[in-house]
Design a protein around this ligand. Structure first.
Ligand code: ADP
Ligand code: MG
Length: 665
């Protein structure tokens, strides 16, 4: 007594739309069908707990996925709740299609929004993205229920009749369309399973049907006990991966994704492709350090150890669990880019959903499982969702608590990790006012003694010498001369060498309006020089400017005279802070900084009146070698600040040789 039917008036249009728009990633049908199998099992377990289902002893729940590259099929088999004819009619023929209608209505406005990540109750129908024909064979757990066979060829019609399934549960077969044959390839299917199903809460087994010796593949034993395991291995190799099957011990080391304490006890027989109790679902007190590290290695394939991690575990007012790792970053070679995997009840949703995870946290690596997330909406809707904001705030708070807590109680490690974590913290402070408020007192800076100090520490120590001025080093090699001068005067500077630091300095200045940050070569404070008579200064500046401009041919040269305490240095370059920052900014935007009309990035040549060479130049304005000396003083001062341009360097070397020639005469 086959029942024929029409799916829905709208269904004529629905399949092309499902194919085109429902999910941008076609592979997602695997997630949907496997998770339906898991749901069916979870429901049955609940019924059993409630006493409404009498679970046979030793029942082992599992979802089996098989591919058949000869038939071009992929099957999803579960031993869950199953469906009666009425339920197939209600859940597959009607409900799913009301979901389809809802989707159609939404789709009208969102035609351009490819990022629809929800399923509108369309999970099952995602099968038609890849299949021409889909069949369901199901037997309900209910006593006396008849098996049902359902079939649909992706058009508007389905057929439903009594089937021949003997075991409780559901088997769904997809006859793949030509464009989707890839999904009956064992390796491709396994790849997709690992992407979406690695942490689903029911054991999932995978096999290629054509590699079995025994054809009896529909047989999913309800009861598996260990005495059967050996036989079973011959029957159906759900492991299906030769590498893994080869050696148990090697296996344990190499593919720890399959590791779990449960597996260790059960060394015989096939292994599930997933871990049903991912670390984040366990209580932090029950997790060992090694387990966190293993989990990190397996999930992120990063063989460097993470620095530390945060285990999020919240039940109220919303449910959120997860682990966030601070990865070891080698800023020189890596682009700092993390991965945060988002799960909904252990079902993988997507990586790096920036609507849920604050942008700066995307530098971390981790898993977040939030069953309460409204994922049946588009991403743009997520952005404005108050609940999503709460989640984001909670994560921010936890991360800040972990960091500030470490600074307070484990300062040694905090300092040890600082260089690795500071780009992340600074980025967070710049981007997120709340994070900044929580972290601002725990920002530390490395000083010239290689000690870590806070901004107030620095300002207090520098109070008498240069109040509210913070000197910083961006390049310890280029700025070594200035650092030596600072050391001579017992002054200190801090290292700000990260790419993000120029932005972070601006951030700090905005929040500390009295404080000015100056690069160590930007000015010579009074500490370095003796007092100079104003009249004398003016007179000598004019005179030396004329000599040096003539000698160097630099008409724009900005020149200043000082009596430096250190007599050995004839001249130095200072680079005015604001114009340098301006030039750097323009460079960042690809503009030509020479357009500003300032000297080369606000450079000033400071001549030391206490130095004998400078005195010589003043006394021998017209001397035979005066021009050579001036040019050399100028170049040496510049070299001590930054590298010369190639043609300048060539001239410098030639002139140096010329000077040696004079000495040898
Ligand atoms: P959702 O899972 O969001 O409810 P789906 O389209 O994925 O939407 O599934 C529709 C319904 O069909 C499910 O709610 C369930 O009642 C039923 N169903 C689908 N697959 C199975 C299965 N493997 N076993 C039992 N029932 C199923
Ligand atoms: Mg579903």
């Amino acid at each position: 007594m086959a029942k024929q039917g029409n799916l829905s008036i709208n269904s004529e249009n629905i399949f092309p739309i499902i194919k085109k728009w429902l999910y941008s990633d076609h592979d997602i049908f695997i997630r949907e069908l496997v998770s339906n199998g898991c749901d069916a099992i979870t429901k049955l377990k609940k019924l059993s707990v409630m006493g409404e289902f009498d679970q046979p002893e030793g029942t082992k729940y599992q979802v089996n996925v098989t591919v058949n590259p000869e038939e071009k099929t992929i099957r999803f088999i579960d031993n869950g709740i199953g469906m009666t004819e009425g339920e197939v009619d209600e859940y597959i023929n009607q409900i799913a299609f009301s979901g389809a209608e809802a989707f159609l209505n939404q789709y009208k406005d969102k035609a351009s929004d490819e990022q629809i990540i929800g399923h509108f109750g369309l999970g099952f129908y995602s099968a038609f993205m890849v299949a021409d024909r889909v069949t369901i064979d199901t037997l309900s757990y209910k006593e006396g229920a008849a098996p049902v066979h359902w079939e649909c060829d992706g058009g508007t019609e389905f057929s439903m009749e009594e089937g021949d399934r003997e075991e409780r549960g559901t088997e769904i077969t997809l006859y793949l369309n030509e464009d989707s044959y890839e999904f009956c390839n064992e390796y491709r299917a396994r790849e997709v399973l690992e992407k979406y199903c690695s942490f689903m809460p029911v054991e999932i087994y995978f096999a290629d049907e054509t590699k079995e010796e025994d054809d009896d593949k529909e047989d999913i034993p309800d009861v598996v006990d260990s005495t059967l395991a050996d036989d079973k291995e011959d029957e159906l190799d759900f492991e299906g991966d030769d590498d893994k099957a080869s050696d148990e011990d090697e296996d344990a080391e190499e593919d720890a994704e399959d590791d779990s304490e449960e597996d260790a006890e059960e060394t015989q027989g096939p292994k599930p492709i997933n871990e049903i109790h991912p670390l984040w679902t366990r209580h932090p007190n029950d997790c060992k350090e090694e387990e966190y590290k293993d989990f990190y290695r397996n999930v992120f394939h990063d063989y460097r150890e993470p620095l530390f991690w945060i285990h999020l575990n919240m039940d109220y007012p919303f449910n959120l669990k997860g682990i966030l790792y601070f990865p070891k970053i080698n800023t020189k070679y890596d682009t700092i880019e993390g991965t945060i995997k988002l799960y909904n009840n252990q079902v993988f949703i997507a990586d790096n959903i920036k609507e849920v995870i604050p942008e700066y946290l995307l530098l971390l690596k981790g898993c977040i499982d939030c069953p309460d997330l409204p994922l049946n909406v588009s991403r743009s809707a997520l952005q404005n969702d108050g609940f999503v904001k709460k989640i984001s705030n909670y994560i921010t708070k936890k991360v800040a608590e972990k960091l500030s807590g470490m600074c307070k109680t484990d300062r040694e490690n905090y300092e040890k990790y600082w260089d690795d974590i500071c780009p992340f913290i600074k980025f967070g402070c710049i981007r997120d006012e709340k994070f900044n408020d929580r972290m601002k007192d725990y920002i530390i800076f490395k000083n010239m003694d290689d000690k870590y100090i806070t901004l107030p520490d620095y300002l207090e120590a520098a109070k008498d010498k240069h109040e509210n001025q913070v000197f910083y080093i961006t390049d310890p090699i280029a700025q070594s001369q200035y650092m030596n001068m600072f050391r001579d005067q017992e002054m200190d500077a801090i290292y700000l060498t990260d790419q993000i630091d120029s932005t972070f300095i601006t951030h700090l200045e905005q929040r500390n309006p009295d404080v000015r940050f100056m690069r160590i070569d930007s000015d010579l404070t009074d500490n370095f020089k003796e007092e100079l008579d104003e009249e004398e200064e003016k007179k000598l500046t004019e005179k030396l400017a004329e000599i040096f401009k003539k000698a160097t041919g630099q008409e724009q040269l900005i020149l200043k005279v000082e009596k430096l305490k250190n007599e050995d240095t004839p001249a130095m370059i200072t680079v005015q802070e604001q114009s340098r920052r301006m030039a750097e900014m323009m460079e960042m935007y690809g503009m030509d900084s020479s357009m500003t009309g300032m000297g080369a990035q606000g450079e000033t040549l400071v001549l030391n009146l206490n130095n004998s060479l400078v005195k010589y130049v003043m006394d021998h304005e017209e001397g035979e070698n005066t021009s050579l000396i001036c040019q050399q003083i100028y170049d040496l001062a510049r070299i001590a600040n930054h590298p010369l341009k190639p043609e300048e360097m060539t001239a410098f070397v030639a002139r140096s040789n010329q000077i040696l020639g004079i000495l040898a005469k």
